[in-house]
Ligand binder design. Structure first.
Ligand code: PCA
Length: 196
């Protein structure tokens, strides 16, 4: 059986919950070919990726899938690419506020995810759930985490991916998109099923 390290973020921006961890923490311990290790990570630039790499050293995963909240999105969105840019509009949970800062001055401008993001989106849609490929993970902590992991695992067999999920109904402001927790869990289950 293969091993998947799957992560969700702690709440940030004054929220009480983060749907990514609410969903990840409720996934079963095995899914398809994979045994799952679930990890909650800090919403802090660089530290989130460091926490994942520390966990990965202990129990070498075959794949790493990070899940994050994307307020305003109306679908579960596998990310195609991470960009070498950190630019925040609000401080992270440690007070960091990078503006127009390269994540790694020696790194490439962008790095494609190494999971089949487009197939994941198609599978979510085929399951009757809202799904869509995303071509930007933003320039906040989620993109930073994906970029650092992809850079670390470049050229290795470890697959690295990221899926953004909508807010929960209790978080969404008037008129803002949201998705029920059970649907987010179902979509993530489908996404994991697409991993080889
Ligand atoms: N979403 C933020 C960081 C943590 C999270 O869940 C982001 O999209 O960068």
């Amino acid at each position: 059986m293969k091993h998947l390290l799957i992560t969700g973020f702690e709440p940030f921006g004054g929220e009480a919950v983060n749907p990514s961890w609410e969903a990840v923490s409720r996934l079963p311990d095995t899914l398809g070919n994979y045994r799952l290790t679930k990890l909650q990570i800090p919403t802090v630039f660089a530290e989130a990726a460091e926490a994942i790499l520390a966990a990965a050293v202990k129990d070498a995963p075959d794949a790493i899938l990070c899940i994050g909240q994307a307020a305003g999105r109306d679908a579960v969105t596998p990310e195609r690419i991470a960009v070498n840019m950190a630019s925040a509009k609000r401080p992270d949970n440690a007070g960091n506020l990078p503006v127009e800062t390269p994540i790694d001055p020696a790194g490439p401008d962008g790095i494609f995810s190494t999971v089949p993001a487009a197939s994941m989106a198609e599978a979510i849609i085929a399951a009757g759930l809202p799904g869509r490929i995303s071509n930007t993970a933003g320039t906040y902590v989620c993109n930073d985490t994906l970029y650092r992991l992809l850079r670390h695992y470049a050229g290795s067999d470890v697959q690295v991916g990221f899926v953004h999920v909508p807010c929960l109904p209790e978080q969404a402001k008037e008129g803002e998109a949201a998705m029920e927790l059970r649907d987010i869990i179902a979509a993530l289950t489908v996404a994991v099923g697409v991993l080889g």
